[in-house]
Design a protein around this ligand. Structure first.
Ligand SMILES: [Zn+2]
Length: 392
């Protein structure tokens, strides 16, 4: 189907508001790998309110499914050792919202290497499991898991003809060029009254998603609620108390509901996110200028996409002597050839100025913790009405 590249991927509306930033070049994925020649073209649809990147990796499915590009760097992605594994936290979050029968049939839509299904199988051994995964992770998924159906293709090329009691979708729709098409594909493969469990990153808390190559859809709670109803689901439960939001949905009968307009609500979220992203990059710029003026060295605190993109967007790689992170698993690694060190490593590298490129939730706390290291901490400065910290 020929669709204008600028049309909204959900409602096909062609009127949209352009969002920060204007950028083409080397760009990072949320798996912390760089792709070349990526254009960021973020938009908010004036018709339905969806926020998306019209470019990024949207038209590069082969790159999206290339495990060599998308493979996580465990040293960068891993979190503190006291934190429960994500698959365990995810199942616990779903079990708090939904009563799982002792048996049934489950399709994991975007099953990765099977870490969730493997854990689910321990907790609910009588369930019949199926998974689809277009990447090479599939071979790890199928190595030791008994699966009823398994497909190593994008969903729209998967001839899975079974119908399931439950489909689970975890951090997938933000990568899929046609999220409505994906939801309808799932709808067709659920039994009447079947359950769809979803977990997605909440764009409202992740302004840095504006500068990553692969989160081509910026999922928000209000728009996703409208989207799933439009695709034929009823929302039973929601939990948006963390950076990730969880929905428990039921396949509904009857005609599809029209897609209502939540443009004002989602545009407000997008505007707040772009303001935070823009001020974060500005803080790195100010940090670099300050370091230059005193013959010192600049550093960036945080190794998320926004921190990892700042030196590229500002074209100042030579000015950034290191990244600083409190997570010891990242120390000794590098991002784009720039070393990652702990706070104690700043003195040896001569760091005089440090910019915070992290969620606004942590600005105050981290600025306080960095003060004893004798560096000037550059905290992003928000306009009074655009503060991210008060309702994040
Ligand atoms: Zn739209």
């Amino acid at each position: 189907m020929a669709v204008s590249r600028d049309a909204c991927p959900v409602c096909r509306g062609t009127e949209s508001v352009k969002l920060y930033p204007d950028y083409t070049g080397r760009c990072i994925t949320t798996q912390m790998l760089y792709c070349e020649g990526i254009e960021l073209d973020n938009r908010n649809c004036a018709t339905c309110g969806f926020t998306w990147n019209a470019k990024g990796l949207r038209h590069a499915q082969e790159v999206m499914f290339d495990t060599g590009v998308q493979k996580p760097k465990p040293q960068i992605m891993s979190f503190g050792k006291d934190v429960k594994p994500l698959q365990q936290r995810t199942l616990e979050a779903f079990m708090a919202l939904h009563e799982f029968p002792e048996q049934g049939s489950l399709l994991d839509f975007g099953a990765g290497n099977g870490s969730f299904l493997r854990y689910f199988h321990q907790v609910f051994p009588a369930w019949k499991l199926s998974g689809l995964e277009p990447k090479d992770d599939f071979f790890e998924l199928t190595a030791d898991l008994p699966l009823e159906h398994a497909c190593n293709r994008p969903y729209y090329e998967c001839g899975i003809d079974g119908v399931f009691d439950m489909v689970i979708v975890m951090s997938v729709l933000e990568h899929v060029p046609d999220p409505l098409g994906a939801l309808r594909w799932i709808h067709d493969r659920l039994k009447p009254g079947g359950a769809l469990l979803m977990r997605h990153p909440n764009f409202a808390h992740l302004p840095g998603d504006l500068v990553c190559a692969d989160h081509i859809n910026k999922m928000t709670v209000p728009h996703t609620r409208q989207l799933v109803q439009h695709a034929g689901f009823e929302v039973l439960k929601e939990d948006d108390s963390s950076m990730l939001f969880y929905f428990v949905l039921q396949k509904a009968d009857g005609p599809l509901r029209p897609l209502p307009d939540c443009h004002e609500e989602t545009l407000a979220v997008a505007r707040r996110c772009e303001h935070i992203a823009e001020r974060t990059i500005a803080a790195v710029d100010q940090c670099v200028r300050s370091a230059r003026s005193r013959n010192g060295k600049a550093a960036v605190f945080g190794t998320s996409p926004i921190g990892s993109m700042a030196h590229l967007m500002l074209d100042c790689k030579d000015d950034v002597v290191c990244f600083v992170d409190e997570n010891a698993n990242t120390w000794g690694r590098d991002i784009d050839g720039i070393p990652v060190v702990g706070p104690h490593g700043m003195a040896e590298l001569g760091v005089s100025d440090l910019a915070l490129a992290i969620s606004p939730l942590y600005w105050e706390n981290v600025a306080r913790k960095m003060a004893p290291y004798g560096v000037e901490v550059h905290v992003p400065q928000l306009e009074p009405c655009g503060t991210g910290a008060d309702n994040a």
